[in-house]
Ligand binder design. Structure first.
Ligand code: 13P
Ligand code: 13P
Ligand code: MG
Ligand code: MG
Length: 379
């Protein structure tokens, strides 16, 4: 049976700044989906990670389906009404357009979707991150699908040994989708050369070369590319099918023990380590640290099991302690150097205006008054 997994997420308001949605807001979105998805949504799971609400749906309508996207959009619109009523911060933050136009792409909410022939057993992982952006998944995906130091399956399992095909998007190209396909292991250095720049190149999907099946779908939208200004970070979601011809669950989870530094945190403008957290976690320290949750599922004919919290195990407490230490260590250097994102990635225009004003006060030593005049005139 061909099944589509669609996860569509948006920040439509939160309590106490950018911490987490209210219970009533979450319930409103959940009820909207269960009351209006009749007849086409097989099953759904509505959750939050930090201040972002994600709607996971199973159905048979394929990716990018207008009915499914409209259902999610309308649920977020209904939620925004409640967020306004409750005085939540950033009510409707990610709904950048007034009217729905067929697909949430380019409208603010982010989507990760894949359609596949359901396997007899269909285990998959649903990741959601807050206070960071889609490039945060570059390193974990590289390690899980291309690095034998992380994934012994790449040498132990004949099908994994055939490698994977990565589709990578250049997210700075805003007019249309600009993508490249690279196969591993042959193109592994080329892949690394791109993925090292997670603000520009983002893994969009990963496919098995042995069977052609899709393993991974990542939401790649960048809000400030859509809005042209700061509207919040592009907190991403990702679906990963696991086991059999794909890496095992543990091979996909293991890279998150690194607590790698990602873009995000306070005002979307810093470098902080990514902390794996339990389901339904909020945000705290320095509007961070950036967090990632993972709900593990199995499904049959589109019917989902309950969600298992993949980062609830005591192992991850040690990882969280280490990530907290790393975060505080980086914060000791405040605004300086590597602690803050480079100019092009800063989510606020205030500093650009400040630097422009300062530029005019610079003097070039030894310059004559006349050449200074002409230099200023040419600006
Ligand atoms: P969100 O993108 O999660 O709303 O965070 C915005 C922000 O600026 C946090 O400091
Ligand atoms: P405002 O600039 O709207 O207060 O939002 C920024 C923010 O919340 C960062 O934490
Ligand atoms: Mg927010
Ligand atoms: Mg968020």
């Amino acid at each position: 049976m061909k099944i589509t997994l669609s996860v569509i997420k948006a920040d439509i308001g939160s309590i106490g700044g950018h911490i987490a949605p209210s219970r009533r807001l979450l319930e409103t979105v959940r009820n909207h989906i269960s009351q209006n998805g009749d007849g086409f949504v097989i099953d759904s799971y509505v959750s939050h990670t930090g201040d972002d609400i994600a709607i996971l749906m199973t159905h048979a309508l394929g990716t990018g389906d207008a009915q499914v996207h409209k259902l999610a959009w309308d649920a977020f619109v209904a939620g925004t009404g409640v967020a306004k009523e409750q005085g939540l911060y950033g009510a409707g933050q990610d709904l950048l357009k007034d009217a729905f136009s067929g697909n949430v792409k380019g409208m603010g909410p982010a989507a990760a979707e894949m359609e596949f022939d359901e396997r007899p057993a269909e285990p998959f992982l649903f990741f959601a991150a807050d206070k960071t952006d889609p490039g945060a998944f570059n390193l974990p995906l590289y390690l899980a699908f291309a690095d034998v130091m992380n994934t012994p399956g790449l040498i132990l399992s004949p099908n994994l040994s055939k490698g994977f095909r990565f589709v990578v998007m250049d997210v700075s190209h805003t007019e249309r989708d600009r993508v490249i396909e690279l196969v591993t292991p042959e193109r592994i250095y080329d892949l690394a050369a791109l993925l090292r720049d997670p603000e520009r190149y983002v893994v969009e999907s990963v496919w098995s070369r042995a069977t052609g099946e899709q393993a991974v779908a990542v939401a790649t939208s960048r809000l400030h590319n859509i809005a042209g200004k700061y509207t919040g970070k592009d907190d991403p979601v990702m679906l990963v099918r696991v086991q059999m011809n794909f890496p095992a669950t543990g091979e996909v989870l293991a890279p998150f023990a690194h607590g790698h530094f990602v873009a995000g945190g306070m005002r979307g403008s810093h470098q902080l380590p990514l902390m794996p957290v339990g389901l339904g976690s909020g945000i705290s320290y320095f509007d961070g640290p950036p967090i990632v949750s993972c709900a593990a599922f199995a499904e049959r004919n589109g019917r989902l099991t309950e969600a298992l919290d993949a980062f609830a195990h005591p192992f991850w407490d040690t990882v969280r302690d280490r990530v907290a230490e790393k975060a505080m260590e980086m914060r000791r250097q405040g605004f300086f150097g590597a602690a803050m994102l480079p100019m092009g990635e800063l989510e606020y225009t205030g500093i650009v205006e400040k630097l422009k004003a300062l530029d005019e006060d610079f003097v070039v030593r030894g310059e004559t008054a006349e050449s200074a005049f002409w230099r200023a005139a040419s600006r």
